[in-house]
Design a protein around this ligand. Structure first.
Ligand code: 13P
Length: 248
């Protein structure tokens, strides 16, 4: 069965609640494409108004992060149950900005992935190499390490429904997109890794996005690759361009 494309915006730390609602309203007529799953991953404080603003549309809402504990004394954190109750369907886990600036390691991310799944959220698990790693020729070794560590204890049935986002760090926010060949090569490698860890049917079911300077001009070519099932879009998701990407 063909995999349905999934195109998600990652707003990062942009948009106040009132700006968020305005953006959602502006994008509403532009992002109508029933052939793809459309997701806005928004800052925690924007979740409630954005869930309200997308009601009745084809857009679903994601969070950019969550904590793995059920509840308790974790000042500043947000639980999976809170996200579910607010109407969130997806959660980005392990974005390179969280790994880098907030020192999130793979052991922590593994706990987050498992908690998200248990709560009924779909994790968008991010992986990707630095420029140094690419130049050293260890890209696929590194990504396999991330995928294997982040999915410890996750069953084949659970993995089928998650989303993996390949985001080369050197392509994020730099305007420097990976070439279509580079993006396809790694997404294919991720699928092979899943096939080795689980089985071919699981690997064929999992959706793998590319992220890193996706824009209205390069989306169609990237999404036409056999192993690229959509995109995780940063900067361009905050503009009308996101409509062009969704309707690529
Ligand atoms: P840009 O699209 O701004 O490069 O960001 C990519 C990204 O980090 C999405 O998660």
């Amino acid at each position: 069965m063909a995999r349905k494309k999934i195109i998600a915006g990652n707003w990062k730390m942009n948009m106040t609640p009132s700006q968020a609602v305005k953006l959602v309203e502006e994008l509403a007529p532009l992002v109508k494409n029933d052939d793809v799953d459309v997701v806005y991953c928004v800052p925690a404080i924007d979740i409630v108004p954005v869930v309200e603003a997308v009601k009745g549309s084809n857009v679903q809402v994601g969070a950019e992060n969550m904590y793995f504990e059920e509840s308790g004394a974790y000042t500043g954190e947000i639980s999976a149950a809170m996200l579910v109750d607010a109407g969130v369907k997806y959660v980005i886990i392990g974005h390179s900005e969280r790994r880098d600036y907030f020192k999130e390691d793979d052991a922590l991310l593994n706990k987050k992935v498992k908690k998200a799944i248990e709560a009924g959220l779909v994790p968008i698990l991010c992986c990707g190499e630095s420029l140094e790693q690419r130049e050293m020729g260890v890209t696929m070794d590194w990504i396999r390490f991330q995928i294997k560590s982040d999915l410890v204890g996750v069953s084949a049935d659970q993995v089928k429904d998650i989303v993996i986002a390949y985001e080369p760090i050197w392509a994020i926010g730099t305007g420097k997109t990976a070439t279509t060949e580079q993006a396809e090569e790694v997404c294919k490698g991720i699928r092979e890794c899943i096939a080795e860890m689980y089985d071919q049917a699981t690997a064929d079911a999992v959706r793998i996005q590319y992220g890193g300077s996706v824009n209205a001009g390069n989306a169609a070519e990237l999404f036409a690759q056999p192993n690229i099932d959509g995109g995780l879009v940063g900067g361009a998701s905050l503009k009308a361009d996101f409509g062009k990407i969704v309707c690529y």
